[in-house]
Design a binder for this molecule. Structure first.
Ligand code: PMP
Length: 357
């Protein structure tokens, strides 16, 4: 029996995708082998990566002057690749809105003069700070922000207005809501929340940003080589790319990102309404900045939170614990989390409240 899995990542995958992968495990489309056993130089695999790229391009409406890469090293590797490859004047602006943004800042400091131009660290990242145009460096090589803060449960509801190259860590909300890709210079995201298994990182990069890396940049971390090799400078994570392709196909069949966004808004509303009506549960972040993907809340009593998580687990709702430094609960409702599971969780929350107030 499958549980209701609200993991923050790797997250639940759509059941039809897993079923398709299971069906094709031993024999992919009559080739008599698993995708895992194919040469990445074969036509069989080329068709898979081509479909992955074409479908993602269609889903996000990626303009023709952007390259799509399927890389390894996670979003964390992009924290370094970005400053190494986009370095011109050596200055970069960063928005500091969470644990992952902080990691990005720390890594960039090895290569750049980093200016933190907006921060919510004063309140442990429970809101999205305003971007003050006066603080932005008009000559910065880029402005970096995290569209959705996985740990804290906040999201930028608007794309920051900056004159410089906009770089976004979209790891935990890519494909969950509509974005105008043309506003960005570079978008990156680990696959393990809305696209597939861990091990694949998607990079969408405007062509003019490719090709000016710092001299010591290793070949594997050089966008130019990865573009030239069409994500196959070395052996790519073939099976992960195949699962991402199945995910993209699944999302397209559901009506694409606008349809998914509507479902995601409904799912998030179910839980946020429950929290707002509750006398027991309190949301951790400012309402205006609430994430559609990661809902964070608690009872204010660490022991009661633990009891909630334990009882929820026994009832089939798993991975509800908050991030290690925050405590409380975090419900991650990525694209693959079915609305019905969210509805049942809300019922459980209500019954828990009745028993505990
Ligand atoms: N950025 C964000 C917003 C994340 O949520 C995560 C992972 N949870 C990362 C970066 C790091 O990703 P990875 O583990 O793929 O390096």
């Amino acid at each position: 029996m499958r549980v209701h899995n609200f993991s923050a990542g790797p997250g639940a995958l759509p059941e039809p995708v897993l079923r398709k992968a299971a069906e094709q495990m031993l024999d992919y489309e009559g080739y008599g082998m698993s995708v895992m056993e194919m040469s990445h130089r074969s036509k069989m695999f080329q068709d898979i990566i081509d479909e992955a790229e074409a479908t993602l391009r269609e889903l996000m409406n990626v303009p023709a002057n952007y390259k799509i890469l399927f890389l390894q090293g996670g979003a964390t590797q992009q924290f370094a690749m970005i400053p190494m490859n986009l370095h011109k004047t050596g200055n970069a602006d960063y928005a500091l809105t969470g644990v992952w943004a902080k990691n990005a800042v720390e890594q960039a400091k090895q290569y750049m003069n980093v200016s933190v131009v907006a921060s919510s660290e004063d309140k442990n990242f429970n809101y999205i700070p305003a971007i003050d145009p006066a603080k932005l460096n008009p000559n910065a090589d880029y402005f970096h922000y995290t569209s959705n803060n996985t740990v804290h449960g906040t999201r930028f509801t608007e794309i920051p207005k900056v004159e410089t190259t906009l770089v976004c860590d979209m790891s935990s909300n890519i494909l969950s809501e509509v974005y105008d890709v043309s506003k960005f210079g570079l978008i990156y995201a680990g696959a393990q929340k809305n696209m597939g298994p861990s091990g694949v990182t998607v990079v969408i990069i405007r062509e003019d940003l490719v090709g000016t890396p710092l001299p010591f940049t290793p070949i594997m971390l050089n966008y130019e080589y990865q573009v030239k090799g069409a994500s196959m400078h070395n052996t790519p994570p073939t099976y992960g790319i195949y699962l991402a392709m199945l995910n993209f196909r699944w999302l397209k069949e559901l009506g694409g990102v606008p349809a998914m966004q509507k479902v995601n808004e409904e799912k998030a509303k179910l839980i946020y309404d429950c929290i707002d009506e509750s006398k027991l549960f309190k949301g951790f972040v400012e309402k205006k900045d609430r994430s559609l993907m990661n809902v964070t809340f608690g009872t204010g009593d660490a022991d009661l939170d633990k009891t909630f998580i334990k009882e929820a687990q026994a009832a089939g709702f798993v991975n509800l614990n908050g991030y290690k430094t925050l405590g409380g609960m975090r419900v991650s409702i990525y694209n693959a989390a079915p609305t019905e599971g969210v509805r049942l969780l809300v019922e459980f929350m209500k019954s828990f409240e009745v028993r505990n107030v």
